[in-house]
Design a protein around this ligand. Structure first.
Ligand SMILES: NC(=O)c1ccc[n+]([C@@H]2O[C@H](COP(=O)([O-])OP(=O)(O)OC[C@H]3O[C@@H](n4cnc5c(N)ncnc54)[C@H](O)[C@@H]3O)[C@@H](O)[C@H]2O)c1
Length: 332
């Protein structure tokens, strides 16, 4: 089995690769993994350090938009797991050009090569943000896409493009859409690692608006297990939701992070709200539970405590990255 993992030096992709290669799943003993990653500001070879010497891993630094490179790499692979993306909403509000380029055009380059080289399966890793915002209830996989940010719009476009290759060309495509991931090795511009790293350094943290925005939190390990299940058993042309079952308003999450880091509300700056800030995301995850018995296994309190402890132990990993993080939000 040969797997091509795009974006395998990022947060979720690297977790998937580390788990695949260091786990004891007998099905993975003979697996071979090619990581294709451009190493943008958030791609980090250190994320793959624990498996860097594994002979089953080949790392290729390159761009998914480079059709020649993708065409040369693709033959011989059985499955493509597509994690590579521009992934930070705030950056997409500043400039959406890299988002359309990588998330839409890059996905097209991959799909075209997958089709031409008769790769068995394409797994599109996506997000709940494609649905926009929901005040009450939860989205099912049939809900109409209604993205708010340029990031979400570019992911919606890439999901639809991937699914169109299934309908038009019969390509075996499956899509996962998950809620907000957290865990070790997440680039310190996303909420949890941003807050934890700043608080650990005795700094201040920016809370958008009144902190009422609600997100569902999913441990990266649970998401990677779900992606693996869908990659192996998902039905072609289907979308699967993956949620953590922990909905929290940002102000409640902030309270937990302050407690975990031994800080108080005096460390919080209330900053101007994000443009077009979605109020709430919520996924109905009945389908993946009923078809595969999948449920998240890591309780949020436990996962958050372990994550905060990981950042405390691994300052050498995140300190060099701070200069590359998105510019700070504006205090109100
Ligand atoms: N982080 C979340 O909470 C979350 C939630 C749902 C879905 N997702 C999706 O999961 C995927 C992975 O997210 P993440 O949080 O690990 O992102 P990340 O930003 O940490 O990693 C993205 C990786 O893609 C690479 N990359 C970017 N542009 C590239 C290009 N043109 N060619 C090759 N490589 C390129 C980067 O170098 C990086 O290693 C994304 O598709 C994202 O939309 C993320």
């Amino acid at each position: 089995m040969r797997i091509l993992v795009t974006g395998g030096a990022g947060f979720i992709g690297s977790h998937y690769v580390r788990t695949l290669l260091s786990g004891d799943d007998p099905e993975h003993v003979s697996v071979r993994v090619t990581v294709l990653d451009k190493l943008t500001y958030c791609g980090n070879p250190a994320n793959l350090a624990p498996v860097a010497d594994d002979p089953r891993l080949t790392f290729v630094r390159g761009d998914i938009c480079d059709a020649g490179l993708v065409d040369a790499l693709m033959p011989g692979h059985d499955t493509v797991l597509h994690f590579a993306a521009e992934s930070h909403v705030d950056r997409s509000i500043g400039s959406d050009v890299p988002f359309v380029r990588t998330n839409v055009l890059g996905t097209r380059v991959l799909l075209d090569a997958v089709l031409r080289h008769r790769v068995r399966r394409f797994v599109q890793v996506s997000t709940d943000e494609v649905y926009g915002s929901i005040a009450k209830g939860s989205w099912t996989e049939q809900t109409r896409l209604d993205p708010s940010s340029p990031y979400a719009a570019s992911k919606a476009a890439s999901d639809l493009l991937a699914l169109s290759y299934h309908r038009t060309h019969g390509l075996d495509v499956v899509v996962t859409r998950s809620s907000n991931n957290y865990g070790p090795y997440q680039f310190p511009e996303k909420l949890i690692p941003l807050f934890v790293t700043r608080l650990l350094e005795g700094g201040r943290v920016p809370l958008y608006g009144d902190g009422a925005n609600v997100r569902d939190w999913l441990h990266v390990d649970d998401n990677c297990r779900a992606i693996d299940v869908v990659a192996r058993h998902g039905r072609p042309g289907e979308v699967y939701h993956v949620g953590g079952g922990t909905e929290l308003a940002n102000r409640d999450l902030t309270a937990r992070l302050l407690a975990a880091c031994g800080a108080g509300w005096e460390s919080v700056d209330h900053v101007t709200d994000r443009k077009g800030h979605d109020l709430r995301y919520s996924l109905d995850c009945t389908k993946i539970a009923e078809e595969f018995g999948f449920r998240p296994a890591i309780p949020f309190e436990e996962g958050l405590a372990e994550t905060a402890a990981w950042y405390e132990r691994n300052r050498d990993w995140w300190r060099p990255l701070l200069g590359r993080a998105a510019p700070p939000a504006v205090p109100r």
